[in-house]
Design a protein around this ligand. Structure first.
Ligand SMILES: [Zn+2]
Length: 145
């Protein structure tokens, strides 16, 4: 288990004020998007606050407190809102995730992606030459150290 440092940065007070009226946020977003002539697109939010943006590992323990995100697998640590917003942005064009119909399917997909991440990371790990037997010690070695 990774040791996490606490992220102490607080969002601005105005964020808390806006968050106290969560029911109006979708309407406000639609109104603001129309006003600015841009599209507002809904994305699935399931597990966006628990998913690691780096390795896709999903766990409640990734959130030791309200502000901190700390992945229990890869150690990625940032403000929880930053991690969640990156996940949401990445989901904008994610057809595979959009096809999920339940939270259970979303979590299963994210955990499959985590397993893929583990395989990719495992493939790029370079074994030390000594373990491969390529650089056996010899008197003709040019190694300095
Ligand atoms: Zn991670």
């Amino acid at each position: 288990m990774k040791t996490c440092r606490k992220v102490t940065r607080q969002p601005p007070t105005s964020s808390y004020m806006r968050a106290s009226n969560l029911g109006h946020i979708p309407d406000q977003i639609a109104w603001n998007a129309t006003k600015r002539g841009v599209a507002a697109t809904k994305v699935k939010s399931a597990y966006s606050s628990q998913e690691c943006h780096v390795c896709h590992y999903v766990d409640r323990k990734n959130r030791p407190n309200q502000q901190t995100f700390c992945c229990q697998v890869c150690g990625h640590t940032t403000h929880a809102d930053v991690n969640a917003s990156r996940n949401l942005a990445a989901r904008l064009h994610d057809a595979e995730l959009r096809a999920c119909t339940t939270r259970h399917e979303v979590k299963a997909l994210l955990m499959r992606r985590h397993e893929q991440w583990k395989q990719i990371v495992g493939l790029v790990v370079v074994q030390p030459p000594v373990q491969l037997g390529l650089w056996a010690c010899s008197e003709t070695s040019t190694d300095v150290g």
